[in-house]
Design a protein around this ligand. Structure first.
Ligand code: IMP
Ligand code: MG
Length: 178
């Protein structure tokens, strides 16, 4: 599978060290706060698993699945919750863990939705961000890497459900990889 991609955008080592840096910041910021990490399925699974294991304060994990209506590479801003949280987040310090912020529409909706449940705080930790694609202003406290306006896959990110299990992040070639 690796040979199908001629260029790796962000390698395994680079991902690992950035995830460790983010985890260190979160550990410092959430000392004594027992944060609840909310993984946005499916793209953030590996990121959340690696991040959580590097966080040194006690934390809990929960999962949400959302779908945004639109084409496979473009989101429409209409978000539907497919799987809601198990936890009641009232009074909790919530950290939403996401794979990528593109237009910002999904996370704007999610943050608003979680805010309405009266948590103590809601912050966002996104592995990637594509600032040039923003349709709505979105401030993210913890960001791994900025990427250009290209469709990327790997380390959880998919194209039509494929390539999530790549250990690195690569740009999907416009002509496809098969
Ligand atoms: P937004 O609502 O436009 O910010 O879209 C966010 C969602 O679109 C992400 O959670 C991803 O699932 C998907 N997405 C956006 N850009 C990419 C990409 O380059 N590769 C894979 N998925 C992407
Ligand atoms: Mg996603």
């Amino acid at each position: 599978m690796i040979t199908e991609f001629d260029q790796i955008l962000i390698g395994e080592k680079e991902i690992r060290s950035r995830v460790a840096e983010l985890a260190a910041r979160i550990s410092e910021d959430y000392e004594g706060k027992d944060p609840l990490l909310v993984c946005v399925l499916k793209g953030a699974v590996f990121f959340m698993a690696d991040l959580a294991r590097q966080i040194t304060v006690p934390c809990e994990l929960d999962f949400m699945a959302v779908s945004s209506y639109g084409s496979s590479t473009d989101s429409s801003g209409v978000v539907r919750i497919l799987k809601d949280l198990d936890a009641n987040i009232e009074g909790r310090h919530v950290v939403i863990v996401e794979d990528i912020i593109d237009s910002g529409l999904t996370l704007s909706y999610l943050r608003k939705n979680l805010h309405a449940r009266n948590p103590a705080s809601v912050e966002v930790c996104s592995l990637l961000t594509k600032p040039s694609r923003r349709k709505v202003d979105f401030a993210c406290k913890y960001t791994g890497f900025e990427v250009a306006d290209e469709f990327v896959v790997g380390y959880g990110l998919d194209y039509q459900e494929k390539y999530r299990n790549l250990r690195f992040i690569a740009v999907l070639p416009e002509e496809g990889v098969e």
